[in-house]
Design a protein around this ligand. Sequence first.
Ligand SMILES: NC(=O)c1ccc[n+]([C@@H]2O[C@H](COP(=O)([O-])OP(=O)(O)OC[C@H]3O[C@@H](n4cnc5c(N)ncnc54)[C@H](O)[C@@H]3O)[C@@H](O)[C@H]2O)c1
Ligand SMILES: [Zn+2]
Length: 364
Amino acid sequence: MTELSVDLGKRSYNILIGSGLLHEAGRLIQELTGTQQALLVSNPLVFSLYGEQVVNSLSRQGMRLVVAQMPDGEQYKNVQEAMKIIDRAVQAGLERSGVVVALGGGVVGDLAGFVAAIYRRGIRLVQIPTTLLAQVDSSVGGKVAVNHSEGKNLIGAFHQPVLVIVDSHTLLSLSGRDYLSGLGEVVKYALTFDADLFSCLEKSSEQILSRDLTVLEAIIKRCCELKSMIVSEDEREAGLRMSLNLGHTFGHALEKLGGYQTYTHGEAVVMGCMAAAVLAMQLGMLEEQELKRIATLCQSLGLEYKFPHYPPEMVYLHMQNDKKVQGGKLRLVLPEGIGYFAIRDDVPRQAVLEAIAACQALAP
Ligand SMILES: NC(=O)c1ccc[n+]([C@@H]2O[C@H](COP(=O)([O-])OP(=O)(O)OC[C@H]3O[C@@H](n4cnc5c(N)ncnc54)[C@H](O)[C@@H]3O)[C@@H](O)[C@H]2O)c1
Ligand SMILES: [Zn+2]
């Protein structure tokens, strides 16, 4: 088992990474929190796969357990579903000393985290992420939210977990699409922050595709380290944390244009990273050779990077509506070589439009 810490003063916590940790969850949670009460939040798919293991491990510690399930899907990440979970907590008499345990992907993690942030003005949260995206990204950093009909993640809070338990074994049951979606975020980390990680992905593409858990655990560890370092510096996204969003302004526009149905978040992020890379090359921040390396890596991992054929002006309009825009200025995180980034708010509209058009013309 690998242990990492997220340093946030009194709100610091550990991320544990290993295979088979679900069986240990009860002991780990009990040792840390000393609590006797847990609200386990999941969805029917994840619960059918892993619920029993987690329930048993919590019960072995003599914990009183309430299970609350939300339906599977982003469309259920809303206030109504959060209220149903809170109703369960109230009926079961969940006390402030209890703990919310989120077992699932980013959707379950965000909604359970939101419940933990507001129930009795905030109770402790343990994240047990079961998708690659949640293991490398959403379970760490304390952003919790539900969607509003007018926009994603509009209602939320910063509420750090007290523990994150990553059982790599859960990755083996993920659908191919959800697995690749998480890999999209992994490529983003490498491109933005870590040339060594980028080379490692290039060298290990076969093991990654065959879901070699030793390789995956090393990758998850590195991504969590990178995210922890950034979150420790800038918990509330006043500056540096924005760097985690390379490719996301383009990506969010695509998700929106696809009605949040056509592309998963990770798929949109890959296309967005490529658009950011093409733009960076046009601005003289990235070599053509480096752009080729990014495209080749995506290809070898089976990640689609060609930008879909929406009119570039329409994409731009949605990019401007992204919540990262400040004072009407488009702020973009762009790669500056592989493994480095720069935040730019001086990129002309025309350059962005040209980059989108160039990405639409890329060879697949
Ligand atoms: N809080 C943050 O910092 C942050 C960061 C990135 C993304 N997010 C949020 O994360 C969400 C996306 O998360 P996601 O990609 O994990 O999607 P998801 O939670 O919808 O999971 C994808 C699918 O995989 C299923 N699943 C989960 N674990 C499984 C397993 N081990 N085996 C088989 N199937 C499994 C789920 O039931 C679901 O059908 C979005 O709502 C996004 O806004 C939050
Ligand atoms: Zn993302």
